[in-house]
Design a protein around this ligand. Sequence first.
Ligand code: UD1
Ligand code: CA
Length: 448
Amino acid sequence: MSRAIVLAAGKGTRMKSAQPKVLHDLCGRPMLWYVLEALRATGIDEILVVCNAELEPLLAPFGVRCVVQTPQRGTGHAVQVALAALEPRDETVVVAYGDMPLVDATIFEDVQATVDADAGTALGLVTARMPLPSSFGRVVRNEATVKKIVEFRDATTAERAIEEMNAGIYAFDERALRAVIGQLTDKNAQGELYLTDTVSLLVAASYRVVPVLAVDYRLVLGVNDRAELATACATMNERLCREHMRNGVTIVDPATTYLEPEVIIGADSIVRPNTSIGGASVLGERTRIGPNARLYNARLGDDVIVTESVVLDSAIGARSRVGPFAHLRGGNELGSDVHIGDFVEVKNSRLANGVKANHHAYLGDATIGENTNIGAGTITCNYDGVNKNATTIGRDVFIGSNSSLVAPVTIGDGASTGAGTVVIRDVAAGDRVVGNPARSIGAKKAAT
Ligand code: UD1
Ligand code: CA
């Protein structure tokens, strides 16, 4: 098992933000989350984040140790602070920057695989060929090994012409790193302790430093400002869409489909344009989502259809249809074969199999039995100005158009309300009520 140090103490000034850079959102997760996930995926069991005082209290949700670096005297200083906080071990330690969310586990694996202290390789570092101009540190090679890294601001014109960059991902033999880390100086253009100077120090101590060329330079670009954040978001989103398409999901337009990392979509589902699916959403097979849909923490059974609608924190059973223009606001459990039509809002409600509310309705804090039909314009008046009250409607009930159900109220199985009824008292099973306030006109006579 190996350890990793993630550097995130820098100010991130170019974001022009009150929020620490590594916590900025990228496809529904903080940037730092991706770095930690990728490291953990390679079997790294302990991660130490070097942070500043503002970031420290915000790191609790990430389940990592952190150490505060003040003042921030450069990346080399950050690693000195980290090593001082870590019990020395005789193994590989990965060092990465917290603002590189697109780096995947493969890159971390490849770089770790190069370190072999017994064979004299004390450091593997990721490099990338990228178009100039670039302000990345330049990799000065000695054929197959690295001789030194020169920071852009310290580089000569000839060095600035080098197209191989230091990506900022390192796997060190910890013992060798500890042996040289104290020798860093700040005699450079930025007056900082550069982590990159460990390269020439290790080479001087007769170690080998091996470059690992990244296949795609865009994955190591990092995020320094909001424009780069948008570019990174697009790349990540493209990656997420591609994974789902490989798994048998049709995404009509990946450029306008916005996914988050832990979303699950069943095979043969179709996602139409301008749709976002996020949180812990789990969609069954053959679902049809969009266009213009927003799903967050949505659990959908097989063959569910959601068009032009919003579904938040809700479960929807198989073959149900939602939309166009419906809003499932949260806390809903819908059975199978439920129909929610246009301009229907549902909140904190349980709708059994086969319930239909096809037009213009508000169902809040309601429990509705099987095959009940909710007419257009029905309102559960769940709020009396102080409390939220429940409405319970039985099975096979017919709620007439424009009914107001003043909660708390219960309507029994098989009952019905006429158009425009205002129900202020419970309605018995099988009874028919009309008017304002509702009065009984007696149960429907059985057909003779
Ligand atoms: C660094 C590399 C450069 C490389 C580039 C890749 C050094 C000296 N240079 O430059 O060779 O091409 O990354 O993106 O390492 N940080 C701290 N404490 C500090 C300073 C920085 O934790 O005192 C953190 C920052 O929060 C950031 C990371 O280290 O996450 C990199 O720092 P940054 O200033 O962005 O380095 P670059 O100039 O980009
Ligand atoms: Ca940077």
